[in-house]
Design a protein around this ligand. Structure first.
Ligand code: C2E
Ligand code: CA
Ligand code: CA
Length: 680
């Protein structure tokens, strides 16, 4: 650019030279005019003095003399005319040339001027851009010397909180820099004066509100034409960069919901302990999973689920102190690393956490009971690296769930076998359904007042060709998990209805058949439709059919379930709420679902022997159920006391080992035949 500017200037000087020549030409013309006038004057005087004498001398005769006098007059006029012509012509030429040159010079000037204006505009624009960059850059840009501030960009002012006047008045060192840094800074600036530049040096500034900000600086020495030197310093807010780095770190290694470290961080912590490599430095990992957490999310929404997880996170933070370490591994899974802890102490610690969460929770009219399953592994016995340790802890936790949830289980090697047995079982389920390895047992239900058999509950059995009978409590959850439940339940419903038809034909028309339906089938429209078609095609008395739904079932979409249950009800089928009292939001379900029957869970009936609080609860439930017009069926009656109590408190019906175990169909036929023979 500078070159450009200088180049243009040279051109301007060259052009001006031609313009400057004009007065010189004028002067030449003036001299010319004076010379011609002088010559004319001398010639005129000489002509007057000499011409007549010369004529008299040459021409003696008077006539010739007169003639020549006339010629002399003509000659004089001719000469003077010539001279006037030359003078005027020169003048004209000069004027013309002058005009032409002026016009040319002006044209050139105009072009140069335009170029200059164009250049000026460009410069102004560039200046504006630079100003904006300086104005908006999130970097401190200050021009200063050791004491004074010359200029400061708005970012710097916003950051330090002072106005430019304040900074000018007191000096930036005095105002911003803690005194202990002064000697250091002065030596840095001395060095910059010598080396013209100083890079990446760090010192803090104190802002107007007293905050200390670490700044990373780079300074250049700026030498002006007038011999003055200033520093132009650029500073970046180190704190902000640190905050940003911390944020990235937070996102990568911490869970956003609870603020706890995440799985990656937990593995780093394990590895830290492993690298210590001291045999004595053994540690233990407790792998925690909330029981049936999915149900909370499904039935009450993710907000409630999140609320609970946040609470649990706080709870764990306050219970786990250094050097122990707690993390959220994902979903409802948490893990705690305990350093050098005895089994007793570990159980004690877990019990404290369980006490804080294992209770009936009440959130926005929803009641639910929370428990947790814990798998425990120890280093070095149960694994030598973080992956194996976490995998085995997960296996132990899964086993704790399988054994009935709400418990702590220590990892043992053969648990892995158990787990692979589960996987095998899932594969075998499909095969089992195709091979007809399943059969239905029926547990009779009695009217307690009269002792009459009023119905049977169909309970599925798996007669595995290698393992023998497998409990539905074991394979139903697996079938639900793997989606095989749909096919299995189609078989169960078809089979139970066929059996109902057989019994009707055998004369037991009024026998009620209860069929269990999984929450999965009830929420899946496609699969429910298939079940519905099977029911619709069965030539049986629907008034004597009951569908049992479990309140702990995975009911993720309550409205769909309600619609499906209503369809069943339209046919005359009754709906029973199974395992009442064990699960979630019992009363809520009662209100929402079109329920006819409540099946009181075995755990309540178990409590009848002691005169504890639960008997009072049963009494209240029975009263409530009757007030709301629900029938009550008691489950798992095992003792006479229980039977007596239930009968005295007007429980209509019940089932249990005391009365009859679940039986295969042919046994039921025998039982019914004998039964009706004696009771009728
Ligand atoms: P459930 O529906 O609550 O069935 C009652 C369970 O209690 C049955 O266990 C039954 O054998 C058992 N039981 C009955 N009386 C007594 C008693 O006096 N004492 C004791 N200790 N237990 C008693 P089962 O047959 O092992 O079934 C377990 C669970 O498996 C069932 O609980 C039900 O949730 C599920 N299930 C069974 N069959 C089916 C089915 O066909 N479809 C679905 N979806 N689930 C089923
Ligand atoms: Ca049932
Ligand atoms: Ca039940």
């Amino acid at each position: 650019m500078a070159k450009n500017i200088f180049g243009s200037r040279n051109r301007i000087e060259g052009r001006n030279k031609e313009v400057i020549d004009m007065p010189y030409r004028k002067r030449v013309f003036q001299n010319e005019a004076i010379a011609i006038s002088m010559i004319y004057a001398i010639f005129g005087i000489l002509w007057i003095l000499l011409s007549d004498r010369l004529l008299e001398y040459i021409l003696r005769d008077m006539d010739s003399y007169k003639h020549f006098q006339t010629y002399k007059g003509w000659f004089y006029v001719f000469i003077t005319t010539m001279m006037v012509y030359i003078l005027i012509r020169n003048q004209m030429l000069l004027l013309k040339e002058e005009n032409y040159k002026t016009a040319k010079a002006y044209e050139k000037l105009r072009i140069v001027l335009n170029e200059l204006i164009e250049m000026e505009t460009k410069l102004v624009e560039q200046r504006k851009l630079t100003d904006r960059i300086i104005f908006e850059a999130p970097v401190i840009i200050v021009t200063h010397d050791e004491e004074k501030t010359i200029s400061c960009n708005p970012y710097a002012l916003a950051l330090c909180g002072y106005t430019e006047e304040e900074l000018n008045e007191k000096g930036w060192m005095e105002l911003l820099v803690p005194h202990e840094f002064w000697p250091n800074i002065i030596s840095i600036f001395q060095k910059i004066r010598q080396e013209k530049r100083g890079q990446n040096y760090e010192f803090p500034i104190i802002t107007k509100d007293g905050t200390s900000i670490n700044i990373l600086w780079t300074s250049n020495l700026l030498s002006l034409d007038n011999g003055q030197n200033y520093f132009v310093s650029f500073g970046t807010d180190f704190n902000e960069r640190k905050r940003y780095e911390e944020k990235v770190q937070q996102l990568a290694f911490y869970d956003t919901l609870t603020g706890l470290p995440n799985r990656a961080m937990f593995e780093i912590e394990i590895n830290k302990h492993l690298s210590l490599n001291i045999a004595r430095n053994h540690f233990t990992i407790a792998y925690i999973d909330i029981d049936n957490f999915k149900n909370i999310n499904d039935s009450m929404g993710h907000q409630v689920g999140d609320m609970f997880l946040t609470y649990l996170g706080e709870c764990l933070k306050s219970e786990v102190q250094e050097p122990n370490f707690v993390a959220r591994l994902g979903g409802d899974e948490f893990a705690i690393l305990y350093v050098r802890i005895s089994k007793e102490e570990l159980l004690q610690r877990i019990a404290t956490i369980r006490q804080r969460i294992s209770k009936t929770w009440s959130i926005e009219n929803h009641q639910f009971y929370i428990s947790m399953s814990v798998g425990v592994v120890s280093y070095p016995n149960d694994g030598e690296n973080s992956t194996t340790l976490l995998k085995n802890a997960d296996i132990a936790m899964y086993e704790a769930k399988r054994e009935g949830k709400n418990r702590v289980l220590f990892y043992k090697e053969n648990i892995s076998d158990n787990n692979s047995r589960h996987l095998k079982m899932i594969n075998n389920l499909q095969y089992g359904i195709d091979e007809e390895q399943f059969l239905l047992y029926y547990q009779p239900q009695f009217e307690l007042k009269s002792g009459k058999i009023i119905g049977v509950e169909a309970l599925v059995r798996w007669n595995h060709h290698e393992e023998g009978f497998i409990s539905p409590a074991e394979f139903i959850p697996l079938a639900e998990e793997s989606g095989q439940i749909y096919k299995l339940e189609r078989w169960i419903v078809r089979k139970a209805l066929e059996q109902k038809k057989v019994w009707e034909e055998q004369g037991f028309h009024d026998l009620i058949v209860s069929i269990n339906l999984s929450g999965k089938t009830l929420t899946s429209s496609i699969n429910f439709e298939e079940i519905e078609q099977i029911i619709a095609g069965a030539p049986v008395d629907f008034n004597k059919i009951v569908i049992e739904i479990t309140e702990t079932a995975n009911i993720s979409d309550v409205d769909i379930v309600i619609n499906h249950l209503k369809l069943l009800k339209k046919r005359g089928i009754k709906i029973a709420l199974d395992d009442f009292g064990t699960g979630y939001s019992s009363l809520n379900y009662l209100k929402k679902f079109p329920i006819n029957i409540i099946k009181l869970d075995r755990s309540f009936i178990d409590a009848i022997n002691e005169n504890g609080i639960d008997t009072l609860l049963i009494k209240n439930i029975l009263t409530l159920a009757h007030d709301l017009d629900f029938e009550v069926v008691a489950e798992g009656i095992e003792t006479k006391e229980q039977l007596e109590y239930l009968r005295n408190h007007y429980c209509e019906s019940g089932q249990g080992y005391l009365l009859s175990r679940p039986l295969p169909e042919e046994k039921i036929f025998e039982l019914l035949e004998n039964h009706y023979r004696y009771t009728e």
